[in-house]
Design a protein around this ligand. Structure first.
Ligand code: MLT
Length: 206
């Protein structure tokens, strides 16, 4: 087995037509956090769930550093995005996942790195569900780089962390690459609700 750079959990598919999911947890989570969500939004999907390798404070795990709430270093985000993309490519080859069918399901910090994966390394993903994402890298996707990819943005109407202007801004950055982007506002705060699960289910249904 090749060395896969991120600690992770892999659950093989039990329903071959269900899209494989790349699960990306939020700040303070780990590789086990979103397994239940993954099984709920797409029953029978293969699940690949890495653990964020950036440690903030007392063992709080993330996928890239944060200088303050909502303040980031674009060079560091770019470096971390490429590192995660290299892992996703190697793990997809190792576990026999087809990149064009692999959908990221990311929450908060995990949604933010899923978005930068789409912007910087579109070849590793076939689409994404971004739960409570924001713009952390103000860089449009290269023209045609996201052609054929579907992305669902689910934001909360009373989210104190994500600016309401971020969903349309992120949608525009992704559409610049040709992605088909759907945005939905859920009557919720930063935490996920059953409506998020239902919307993601509808979107991921094969
Ligand atoms: C981030 O740091 O990626 C966002 O602020 C979301 C979060 O709190 O993790």
């Amino acid at each position: 087995m090749p060395r896969l750079s991120y600690q992770h959990v892999f659950e093989p598919a039990t329903a071959p037509s269900a899209p494989a999911l790349l699960l990306l947890h939020g700040t303070g989570g780990n590789e086990h956090d979103l397994l239940r969500l993954g099984r709920a939004v797409s029953p029978g999907s293969a699940l690949l769930s890495p653990r964020g390798d950036v440690v903030e404070g007392q063992g709080v795990l993330r996928f890239f550093a944060r200088l303050a709430e909502g303040v980031f270093d674009p060079a560091e985000i770019t470096r971390r995005t490429h590192a995660l993309a290299d892992f996703v490519a190697a793990a997809s080859a190792h576990y026999g996942l087809t990149p064009a069918k692999l959908h990221a399901v990311g929450f908060s910090n995990g949604a933010n790195i899923a978005a930068t994966l789409l912007l910087l390394r579109p070849e590793v993903l076939g689409g994404a569900v971004l739960l409570r994402s924001m713009v952390v890298l103000n860089q449009p996707a290269k023209p045609a780089s996201l052609a054929g990819r579907r992305v669902l943005l689910l934001n909360g109407s009373t989210d104190p962390i994500v600016d309401p202007a971020d969903a349309p801004r992120l949608a525009a950055l992704l559409r610049a690459g040709g992605a088909e982007v759907k945005t939905e506002t859920i009557p919720a705060s930063h935490q996920l609700t059953p409506q998020d699960v239902a919307a993601a289910q509808r979107f991921l249904r094969p």
